[in-house]
Design a protein. Structure first.
Length: 411
């Protein structure tokens, strides 16, 4: 999500420029009224366009999200996604308090979902709807985002995110777990595999990596080397969000009200047309979440890499690659697939970086098949829940088959 943060900041600056230009037109109109007070009224009337133009620009800067949302989003029946579940607070070893939401049978195997940076657990709305009748679906807000509280010392790293995830994996014991991570969530899952290899193939029986990378995200965007060369500039500018958080927050909210944030999320994050509720959820999350927290997380990502560790992550892995993803190009996922011994790709041609939202059915159907395959035979069978028939792939869908590997695969 780091590239989306940059898009958001550019959008915020453009939105402020619109507000400033509008204010400038109105100010010039008042100045001309004083200057031309002794001249015929017709001369002043010819300058009324300044007042109208300024008023329209200011109105757009404060209310633009309404028409922008109507134009960029399509109707959907997912309005409930904007309502958060009550959840519970779970304290981690580093002092963060995580807001955790659980749905599904309490005795079923567990899917733990880790969202992308700047977002919150509500983005897994479709996953809960599709999967919680057969598994227990656990979603949570990363430390400092959504309803979760930050670390006491305000220090952020992927290792800490992985340790937080281990807290939830331990809570699920003795039930088996599949970890699902999107973007920084996928980076967190990979870091978990590096830090806790003893859990792999035992309690954690599979991982799902969605639109994620194996290294500094600036190196695996559609902007490629151009953005990488700007890292010495991007890092100091990102750090400024920490002491200047109140100003950054005001900029973000003004950008949200104008609809500029919605534009940045639509064209930077989605490969297809999202629903209005999906677009609003993403734009609202990146605006509400504290700029200082988002900056610390972005800085942590720039110093992260697990490329050399991938061959040691010997666990069944499903890797989603978005064909229209500008934030994390498909080549990053292909590298993960080549280096992880038991990884298999799922190519989703039209998916942008927010593919798990916009093409949720395709993502979650593949996750369900994968989970059915890797959970132990002694766990609650997905096919026995509510009389379900075993899933049969439809024409054109990815066919996934994972051979048993002694000592690694369950069953």
């Amino acid at each position: 999500m780091m590239l989306l943060s940059l898009y958001q900041r550019v959008a915020a600056l453009l939105s402020l420029a619109i507000l400033a230009i509008g204010a400038g037109f109105i100010w010039s109109w008042f100045r001309l009224r004083d200057i031309l007070a002794d001249y015929p009224d017709q001369l002043m009337d010819s300058q009324d366009w300044r007042l109208w133009a300024g008023g329209l620009l200011i109105a757009w800067a404060l209310l633009g999200r309404i028409p922008v949302s109507l134009l960029l989003g399509e109707p959907g029946d997912d309005g409930d996604r904007l309502r958060r579940l009550p959840g519970e607070m779970v304290e981690t070893q580093d002092g963060a308090r995580l807001h955790v939401e659980r749905t599904g049978p309490v005795d079923a195997p567990v899917l733990i979902f880790v969202h992308g940076w700047g977002l919150e657990a509500g983005v897994w709305w479709e996953a809960r709807q599709m999967l919680s009748d057969r598994y227990q679906v656990v979603t949570y807000d990363l430390a400092g985002l959504g309803k979760s509280k930050p670390y006491r010392d305000r220090r952020y790293s992927l290792d800490r995110f992985a340790d937080d995830l281990m807290t939830l994996v331990s809570e699920a014991c003795p039930r088996k777990v599949v970890l699902v991570g999107h973007s920084i969530g996928g980076m967190t899952v990979q870091t978990f595999c590096r830090r806790y290899p003893e859990t792999l193939g035992r309690q954690v029986v599979g991982v799902v990596l969605e639109n994620t990378t194996h290294t500094d995200p600036l190196l695996t965007t559609a902007l490629g080397e151009g953005l990488q060369s700007l890292e010495p500039i991007i890092k100091p500018l990102t750090k400024l969000d920490i002491p200047l958080q109140p100003l950054a927050w005001l900029m973000n909210w003004q950008s949200y009200l104008s609809g500029a944030t919605h534009l940045a999320m639509r064209f930077g994050g989605f490969g297809t047309t999202p629903t209005k509720a999906q677009l609003e959820q993403v734009a609202r999350a990146v605006t509400r979440n504290a700029p200082a927290v988002q900056a610390r997380g972005n800085l942590a990502m720039m110093d992260w890499d697990v490329t050399a560790d991938l061959p040691e992550m010997r666990i069944p892995a499903l890797v989603f690659l978005g064909g229209a993803d500008l934030v994390t190009v498909a080549q990053a996922g292909e590298t993960i697939v080549r280096r992880m011994p038991q990884a298999r790709p799922v190519h989703v041609r039209d998916a942008g970086h927010l593919g798990p939202l916009e093409l949720a059915h395709e993502y979650n159907t593949a996750i369900a098949r994968f989970a059915d395959e890797v959970f132990t035979r002694g766990a609650r069978s997905a096919d026995s829940v509510q009389g379900r028939e075993p899933y049969k792939p439809q024409a054109g869908e990815n066919a996934l088959s994972f051979p048993a590997v002694p000592g690694t695969w369950p069953g």
